[in-house]
Design a protein. Structure first.
Length: 637
């Protein structure tokens, strides 16, 4: 009997709800009030895409039963929020929710206004209208800002094509901010050839500045979320910001153009000159795969989307990276961490200027509609380690105007491809090449992959290569030109070999503490057979920029060195060896390593103890002075 009564009551309630709650709200449709509030609880009529809001509804008379209301937004399939008016009450408000994507429709058109419509939600019988004459709430939508982050040895001006009333972003009614552009405070320091020996910021230091820049944009615009559009090293800075600096959910997505997630081997050229430090060390593969990627992998729900340049497909064309590459960053490096990666046949310096990149890749991501944003899950720490490449040592020097210089690079037997990369701070030097036969070779863009890059933000200036090179001594003559500045030109040149001998090197710890022993070791083989070493040196670039060259201990085809770091920071290491092949040709190889020392835990503890003691003495001393003053005053009274 009781079950029958309960069933009848449930049916009665369902009929009432399905009829639009005429007995619950008693014909008060004209008096239903909907409001939207920002995160400070203030009613608003305009919101910025991505901001947090909440909704409320109020009816004229108390309802007779608990009544759940869903808020439907035009263009969005499911209710964006809901709340329940309790029996005997007249109103309710939803929890806060995100409006991410509200500026865009699924077809890519803009949605400058959204209409919010309340509907009854009944779990058993679906939805129903809340009266026949309910007035909807219409709110204006503004786009969220786009923040652009430049890369190595660059400035905000690299984003000129995206900025201003005629820029790419303006065509989508979006407003762009490039870090350093002066729209708000904040300037990155990733190096400048105007003062190449000056210290750059570290990735971590630049990430702090990026955070302050975003904070300033939020204060100026009221936006709670931004899109990050980044190029090259800007992606490493942004990853560090998201992982270590970002405390609120303020990045909608990270759009990446040509970031070397496993580093770039081209960076060893400026690093060998001791310029653009520590940035030129941080961008190297050893640091990225051995230190950075093992520490920086939290995404805090931010989705990553990357684009890789594939302009160079033939090995001989890419002077210091594997192929496919954009000349300084290989596709393999971009793909070293888990994320979707698209490819485009462009050079590195074109990725943040090309209209094709904007139209074919960036635009669709900026137009992501509601409900289509991926919530990223943190991948495991670490990354894919790129295949090991074989280099000679980096030969460095300086030429004054009118001077020429020669560099002799030995190619050993069984090398099938030899590629030469030149870094020139003035971008003015010319080269002549004589092969092992002694004949001068006229370099050709097709036959030798000759390429010249004038943009100073890249890691090389000139590159060329040879297939099946003759073993022996190759002479590269460097010649100044009319463009060489009065102060002359610093240069760094090395060769990358496919085939021939293989040098493998490692350090015992990538993140040692100060004064903790670090063992540097290497081994040389040729087609799997040990090759006896003749000499081995470790050139160690310390965090203060000072270079220390140390002879390593040799034992057959292996070499090692124990080193005690005494300064906190990043150390760059070039392990260079010489040996002889079976036919007596010189083998010239080098491996490039790095590690980052951590502060001494004992020293930190001791320092804190000393600070605590000093503080205690200061407090006691101040207290004694007050006591003495009070005593003097009392005596005088």
């Amino acid at each position: 009997m009781r079950r029958s009564i309960n069933a009848l009551m449930a049916l009665f309630v369902s009929i009432i709800i399905s009829l639009g709650l005429t007995s619950l709200v008693h014909g008060q449709a004209d008096n239903i009030k909907i409001q939207i509030f920002d995160k400070e609880g203030r009613p608003i009529t305009t919101l910025i895409d991505g901001n947090q809001v909440k909704l409320s509804i109020e009816v004229a008379l108390p309802v007779n039963l608990d009544t759940t209301v869903g808020f439907q937004v035009n263009g969005i399939d499911t209710p964006v929020a809901e709340c329940t008016i309790l029996s005997g009450k007249r109103n309710c408000e939803s929890d806060y929710f995100s409006t991410l994507g509200w500026f865009w429709n699924p077809d890519g058109t803009q949605q400058s206004q959204r209409t919010i419509h309340p509907r009854l939600i009944n779990q058993q019988n679906g939805e129903g209208e809340l009266g026949n004459q309910t007035e909807d709430l219409t709110i204006s939508i503004l786009s969220r800002p786009v923040v652009m982050v430049h890369g190595f040895n660059s400035t905000w001006q690299t984003w000129t094509n995206y900025l201003g009333s005629q820029g790419y972003l303006a065509s989508l009614d979006l407003h762009g901010y490039a870090v350093g552009d002066g729209q708000v405070n904040g300037v990155l320091n990733t190096g400048s050839l105007g003062n190449p020996t000056a210290r750059t910021n570290s990735i971590a230091e630049n990430a702090v500045i990026l955070g302050e820049y975003i904070d300033n944009i939020q204060s100026a615009t009221g936006a709670e979320k931004v899109d990050l559009l980044v190029h090259s090293m800007g992606g490493m800075i942004s990853r560090y910001y998201i992982d270590k600096i970002m405390t609120t959910d303020n990045v909608a997505q990270l759009i990446i153009l040509g970031t070397p997630m496993a580093g770039s081997t081209c960076a060893q050229l400026p690093a060998a000159l001791g310029i653009l430090l520590p940035a030129s060390l941080e961008i190297q593969p050893s640091y990225m795969t051995g230190v950075f990627n093992k520490q920086i992998f939290h995404r805090k729900g931010v989705s990553f989307h990357a684009l890789a340049g594939t302009k160079l497909l033939v090995d001989i064309q890419s002077p210091c990276t594997s192929v496919p590459s954009d000349i300084v960053v290989s596709v393999e490096s971009v793909k070293a961490i888990p994320m979707p990666v698209e490819e485009i046949p462009l050079l590195h310096i074109e990725l943040n200027t090309s209209p094709e990149v904007f139209q074919q890749f960036v635009t669709s991501l900026l137009k992501t509609p509601p409900g289509k944003f991926e919530i990223a899950v943190d991948p495991p720490a670490g990354s894919v380690v790129p295949s090991e490449m074989q280099f000679t040592k980096v030969y460095t020097g300086h030429l004054n105007p009118g001077e020429t210089g020669e560099v002799v690079i030995s190619i050993d037997p069984n090398v099938t491809v030899a590629k030469f990369a030149l870094y020139d701070t003035s971008r003015s030097l010319e080269v002549k090449v004589k092969g092992a036969s002694g004949k001068e070779i006229i370099l050709d863009p097709i036959k030798n992959g000759l390429i010249r890059v004038e943009d100073p933000s890249t890691l090389i200036y000139l590159g060329y290569g040879f297939k099946q090179p003759k073993p022996g001594k190759w002479i590269v003559t460097l010649i100044t030109s009319a463009l060489t500045p009065p102060g002359g030109a610093d240069y760094a040149i090395s060769a990358n070999f496919t085939g021939g001998a293989t040098l493998s090197a490692q350090v015992s710890s990538m993140v040692p503490q100060i004064k903790e022993k670090v063992t540097i070791s290497a081994i040389l083989t040729e087609e799997g057979t040990p090759v006896t070493l003749e000499s081995a040196q470790a050139s160690i670039r310390k965090p203060d920029g000072v270079m220390e060259v140390v002879n390593m201990v040799i034992s057959g085809n292996t070499t090692s060195l124990d080193f005690i770091p005494k300064i906190n920071g990043i150390y760059g290491i070039e392990v260079s060896i010489n040996a002889r092949s079976k036919d007596g040709n010189l083998i010239d190889r080098a491996a490039y390593l790095s590690f980052e020392t951590q502060p001494d835990v004992k020293q930190i503890t001791n320092n804190r103890f000393l600070v605590a003691i000093a503080g205690a003495f200061l407090i006691l001393g101040f207290g004694a002075i007050i006591w003495w003053i009070r005593r003097r005053v009392l005596k005088q009274a």
